[in-house]
Design a protein around this ligand. Structure first.
Ligand code: FES
Length: 103
């Protein structure tokens, strides 16, 4: 059964911002895209940069390391070599908190 965990208060992540959280030992990036929250593993599968150091534009995050462009909706990257996709998670908004569903 899926495990639902509280991550942050909605006010901690204004629209256009993203942050990495340690959730039970997993580093997960949470991004607020115009009020829609996305969650994806935070560590780039290229050379392990933290994606929260990159740039958020719409539903895409550009890695500060070498410029891979990650799609928060799919966990896939556009890059000049194929990168292992990152896991995405379902987010839930409840009582002013952002929750995510872990399997
Ligand atoms: S570490 Fe992300 S593109 Fe190289």
């Amino acid at each position: 059964m899926a495990k639902v965990l509280k991550v942050a208060a909605v006010t901690e992540l204004p629209p256009g911002s993203m942050k990495t959280f340690d959730i039970e030992g997993k580093l997960i990036l949470i991004a607020n895209v115009d009020g829609v929250f996305y969650a994806m593993d935070a560590i780039c599968s290229h050379e392990e940069w933290d994606l929260s150091e990159g740039m958020l534009e719409g539903t895409h995050v550009t890695c500060a390391g070498h410029g891979a462009v990650w799609d928060l909706r799919t966990g896939k990257a556009e890059f000049d070599e194929e990168l292992q996709p990152l896991k995405t998670y379902k987010t839930i908004l409840k009582d002013g908190e952002v929750l995510i569903e872990l399997e």
